[in-house]
Design a protein around this ligand. Sequence first.
Ligand code: OGA
Ligand code: MN
Length: 297
Amino acid sequence: MATMATSAAIDLAVRGTLAFRPLSAVAGVEITGIDLAEPLAPENREAILAAFLAHHVLVFRGQHLSTERQAAFTLQFGELEDHVIRLGDGKPPPLVHVVSNLDEHGKPTAKPYSSGNYFWHTDKSYHAIPSYATLLHAVDLPPEGGDTQFANTAMAYAALPEETKQRLAGLRVVHSWEASRLNTGNRPATEDEKRDRPPVNHPLVRTHPESGEKVLYIGTHTSHIEGMDRTEGRALLAELLAHASQPQFIYTHQWREGDLVMWDNRCLLHRAVANYEMAKHKRVLHRTVIRGTAPPV
Ligand code: OGA
Ligand code: MN
């Protein structure tokens, strides 16, 4: 009993009213003792940012935010992103938008328009200035499954053999919306979308701007490696993705009602998991994305 009490005391950090409980060694910390619908006290914002840097995935439990409140919470950490995708009416989605498996009639489907989310990626890596963080708030969850997985790309980089690290140094990767659509078997990008989001390139090994750690900056939005034979470059990207998505680098988030999850796109890959009856149960989340900074050349 004494041992359990000690380990609980080590695991659970309390700062002010906030309690932080790490969820895995890879990523994830559960945060309780705060209502995100209220403006953040400066010391809470600071504690949240410190946890974000240390744990990469923040899991706030028991939240019930309107879209306005979610936008207001998000704006306390940066600027909201807009989106390339156009809805059925030709309009972009609102800044707080819905990620779901619903079709245009509101019925669950096994082929949702956001099916690209089911492949490993880091949000908006096809932007010259990719995103800092993404926030998802659970609205409607399947009775079981429908998890989100996160892979820690700093740990994955650190685990590479020295000669591979040397081979990767200085390589640049082309990311594009067009490649993303092809890689995920989605309808091809339209000419308008391609004009809106031309290909960009980023270092394959990115330095996290706050931790200074090196990470593998890869995923399903990648097209090829600059200056390398396409087939060879794509094979290397696929090999690195297979390496980075091994179980020892993954935290699997099992959603609970009231969860708001915020993650760091600069050092994680993530994907939705189709481990639920997609054609039967609704899975609806509200999403906001915060603009980041350009990876240094
Ligand atoms: C996203 C995303 C994964 C999920 O919203 O960016 O990839 O589990 N979502 O829905
Ligand atoms: Mn995503």
